[in-house]
Design a protein. Structure first.
Length: 223
């Protein structure tokens, strides 16, 4: 009975979070995502990156999406815009094709004309999504690719989201990763506000929480 009770206690302890981390700049969270991204090897292809030369990746972590895009277009130049903690940790990953920035404008200056603005599940985690959206649309990238957006119907909604530490970043967490919870603020802006911000763009594709916009003059040139 003692052994059974010990095993049961161990199982219960695994289910209880060992603590809570706050925000995306927490050092423990940053380090885990860094290690997981370094070890990650993507498979497959990405048709949206065929023939693309320059991409600004807003909220692109440690270059996770670059790894897949480079399989499609090896010479692509990729600028990641991220938190200060992520950019500081990403120094050793930077190359002449992959760079990390804390400011949108600095990333745009390095790239020059931007073929694609890409963002995957990031806009909702910035302090002011509407202002950030305006700055990104103001880049006038030829194509705007938005994945995993969190939008509302009518009002701006802010909530606290929680996830397991091990679930952040690509692939499996290393053995011994603490059983902790990560919390961060998440803000939904109205879908009509999001779409209206793309002045001078045409909505090319809408599929659930994925949106693809093409700059109107570029879309007309391909007709």
């Amino acid at each position: 009975m003692g052994l059974i009770r010990s095993i049961a206690d161990r199982i219960r302890s695994l289910g209880k979070p060992a603590g809570t981390l706050q925000g995306y700049e927490n050092p423990e969270l940053v380090e885990l995502i860094f290690e997981k991204t370094k070890a990650y090897s993507p498979e497959g292809s990405w048709s949206e990156m065929t023939g693309i030369s320059t991409v600004l990746d807003f909220g692109g972590g440690f270059g996770l999406h670059y790894k897949l895009a480079a399989r499609q277009s090896p010479d692509i130049s990729w600028a990641v815009v991220e938190t200060a903690a992520t950019v500081a940790r990403a120094t050793e990953l930077a190359t002449d094709r992959l760079r990390f920035f804390t400011e949108i404008e600095a990333a745009a200056d390095w790239l020059g004309p931007i073929d694609v603005m890409h963002s995957n599940g990031a806009l909702q985690y910035v302090p002011d999504p509407v202002a950030t959206l305006s700055r990104l649309c103001g880049l006038r990238a030829t194509t705007m690719l938005w994945y995993r957006l969190f939008l509302s119907q009518d009002h701006i909604l802010t909530e606290t989201q929680s996830s397991r530490l091990i679930d952040n970043g690509p692939g499996r967490a290393p053995p011994g990763t603490p059983n902790m919870v990560v919390q961060y603020a998440r803000t939904a802006i109205p879908e009509k506000v999001f779409v209206a911000a793309h002045t001078g763009y045409r909505l090319d594709t809408r599929d659930g929480d994925f949106f693809k916009f093409r700059r109107a003059d570029a879309a007309a040139a391909h007709m």
